[in-house]
Design a protein around this ligand. Structure first.
Ligand code: NOJ
Ligand code: CA
Length: 653
């Protein structure tokens, strides 16, 4: 700790902080009253000098004439246990430096920047302490720069678009970014390093998107409210953490847990939260067999629900999603959202009877709520609907926000604006009160808050299989692990066996549909096809979906190249069984697996592999299923067809 300065605080100062392993170096620079930072790994530059500061409405920018009052340094290390997730134990070790600043002017406004340096990246945030002259503030702009070499490549999806995060990724040099993009923004640097810019603990603030500022540097672009203000806050206030993950290879990004680590442990007991595998009254609507709307082909009827509950029992699947039954959401998706009635189901959907039958058969229901983004209408019913559902034993809800904007307090707001963020949070905390777990579609992006609120079991928030039938290509699922999934699990809706359906033809082989259960982590996982197809297409392949868990002890990514292939091994939580999944783009690959990650012993292996004749375009169902014994340390070649993949279950003998 520094002493308080008796005289004028110094406007020149520099501090170096390194990661616990010494490989990452962060330099915090105060020069003539301007604050900035620079980032290196192993002496290779990651981020060049980057400005820090805030613009507050009606005041002059808080970035000038800053002087240091004191600095505080600390080191921290813990291992904490997740309620569910990709790993049971998470290591959280960092060196921290907080720089307490005051403006060297008569106003003397105060600002603190807190930095944490981990072995695999950094986090920092702005803290606005109580001020002598004001306590409410409107953030007009955040000046934070991420000054990467503009020749580096980034995998981007556009921000402020009608389909929210549901776009295909494009790889382009940073100098090519013409519009704002979402984070995580994953970057391949010319010096061979990989990085991803993201944020953690997004509460009560607009989401950070990124834009290229005057063709000079990547800069934070905080999502505005409809009146242009980025956030209205009361002091003391901390912004979300700005995160830069850093790795030697793409796989090094995948194991990064900084975003979770920058969130707080839960404040209540969440031991009631259980991950869930479920089937759904869902894909039948996408392929046009049934409808969300009422009428002859209505999907979510009492009769269909009973039929699907029977399927749950037959298939050994624990849960069932009922979708398209909220009163009044009936045919005109967008317009009906204004007045949807979440407290009454359609007449042919007898919720009490369905839930009684589900309970009798030990099946957990997932209730759907399509808000279309009409938050005002939804919030008026939110707590009553949670009370109603939990009273019926429905402890899982899939809310959706499928509008291009949200309607909040009568205004059209971005989903990822401060008011959108506040809504998602209110819903999540209220859900916890009723012991309800959420699978949020059209969500706010993940920023690790499921550490604090583990009832947030999964989100969508990227293009998932609902875009099959033309709008997905095989590289997409090879990009997600290095981009979107750095922000947490995803409801990708895997497990479609009717791959060649004429309405929704998949760009996937059958083996790949199994692989997704391992390559795309999610606390709630839907086996998304109409259940009769599991028997009709390949009941032996369905065994993998039956067996695969939704909660992991440990995850070890094995191979990966962004957009080309990805292979990961995971151990089931609570057992000695391992699962391996792999996906490839439109190129066939043979990979060599070394089983030295397995503890010593003999194992039974079930391998679900593309046949050599398989191809996602014209022969997607050609699948080989092999069982054999293997020892830890053994090796094995596995084949993936174009648009294919493989899945493997490894059980200790
Ligand atoms: C979009 C969601 O992603 C999808 O799962 C859902 O079926 C539709 N909206 C209708 O709510
Ligand atoms: Ca969606």
């Amino acid at each position: 700790m520094f002493n308080f300065f008796k005289r004028r605080p110094k406007m020149d100062f520099e501090k170096k902080i390194t990661s616990p392993d010494g490989r990452i170096l962060l330099r915090i620079i105060l020069k003539s009253g301007h604050l900035s930072y620079v980032l290196f790994k192993d002496n290779k530059q990651i981020v060049k000098n980057s400005i820090l500061g805030l613009k507050l409405k009606g005041q002059k920018p808080l970035e000038d004439r800053l002087g240091i009052v004191r600095g505080a340094e600390k080191s921290f290390s813990e291992t904490w246990e997740t309620v569910w997730g990709e790993d049971r134990l998470v290591q959280n070790s960092y060196n921290e430096f907080a720089i307490y600043l005051t403006e060297v002017t008569s106003e003397g406004r105060l600002l603190t920047l807190r930095f944490r340096v981990f072995n695999d990246g950094i986090g920092f945030r702005y803290e606005l302490p109580p001020q002598p002259s004001f306590y409410r503030v409107e953030i007009e702009d955040e000046l934070t720069e991420f000054n990467f070499d503009l020749n580096s490549y980034a995998w981007k999806i556009p921000a402020y678009q009608p389909d929210r995060y549901e776009y295909n990724y494009e790889k382009a040099p940073i100098y090519d970014l013409d519009n704002s993009v979402h984070t995580p923004l994953t970057i391949e640097l010319k010096n061979g390093l990989f990085a991803s810019i993201h944020e953690a603990a997004l509460y009560d603030y607009g989401e950070m998107t990124l834009k290229l500022d005057h063709w000079k540097a990547l800069k934070a672009d905080i999502t505005p409210l409809s009146d242009g203000i980025k956030a209205r806050v009361e002091l003391p206030f901390d912004t979300p953490w700005r995160v830069i993950m850093v790795a030697d290879s793409p796989l090094g990004l995948v194991t990064n847990r900084i975003t979770l680590n920058l969130n707080e442990p839960p404040k209540e007991d969440f031991s009631w939260v259980r991950p869930l595998k479920f089937i759904g009254i869902w894909w039948a609507m996408y392929v046009g067999e049934w409808t969300w709307a009422s009428g002859e082909r209505h999907g979510a009827t009492t009769e269909h629900a009973f039929e699907y509950i029977n399927y749950c029992k037959k298939l050994g699947i624990e849960g069932l999603l009922l979708e398209g039954w909220n009163g009044g959401w009936d045919g005109d998706w967008l317009a009906n959202g204004r007045t949807t009635d979440f407290l009454h189901s359609m007449p042919d959907c007898d919720l009490p009877r369905i839930s009684a039958y589900a309970a009798k058969n030990g099946v957990k229901l997932v209730g759907h709520q399509e808000t279309v983004g009409y938050v005002d209408n939804y919030e008026a019913q939110l707590e009553n609907s949670y009370r109603l559902y939990s009273g019926l034993g429905i402890n899982y809800i899939k809310p959706g926000y499928a509008g291009s904007m949200m309607t909040i307090q009568g205004n059209r707001e971005y989903h990822h604006s401060q008011l959108g963020v506040l809504h998602y949070q209110r819903a999540l905390e209220l859900a916890a009160k009723y012991h309800i777990c959420l699978d949020v579609h059209e969500p706010i992006k993940g920023t690790g808050i499921e550490r604090t609120f583990p009832n947030l079991l999964t989100r969508e928030g990227a293009r998932g299989q609902e875009y099959e039938g033309g709008a997905l290509n095989p590289s997409h699922a090879c990009i997600l692990p290095f981009t979107r999934l750095l922000a947490g699990g995803m409801d990708y809706t895997p497990g479609i066996f009717d791959v060649e359906n004429s309405v929704k033809r998949l760009s996937s082989t059958l083996a790949r549909q199994l692989a997704y259960f391992v390559t795309i982590p999610s606390g709630m996982v839907m086996a998304a096809d109409r259940p009769r197809f599991y028997d009709e297409v390949n009941p032996r392949a369905f065994k993998f979906i039956h067996d695969v868990p939704t909660n992991w002890e440990q995850s070890i990514p094995l191979f990966g190249k962004i957009g080309e292939y990805y292979v990961v091994a995971r151990r089931e939580r609570g057992t000695n069984n391992w699962y391996v999944g792999g996906v490839t783009n439109d190129l066939a690959r043979r990979i060599h697996l070394d089983f030295n990650f397995l503890p010593p012993g003999l194992y039974n292996v079930e391998l679900y592999e593309d046949d050599e004749s398989a191809h996602y375009r014209d022969n997607p169902l050609a699948l080989k299923i092999k069982s054999f014994e293997m020892k830890s340390g053994d090796g094995l070649d596995v084949y993936m067809a174009p648009g294919g993949g493989f899945a493997m279950r490894i059980a200790k003998v």
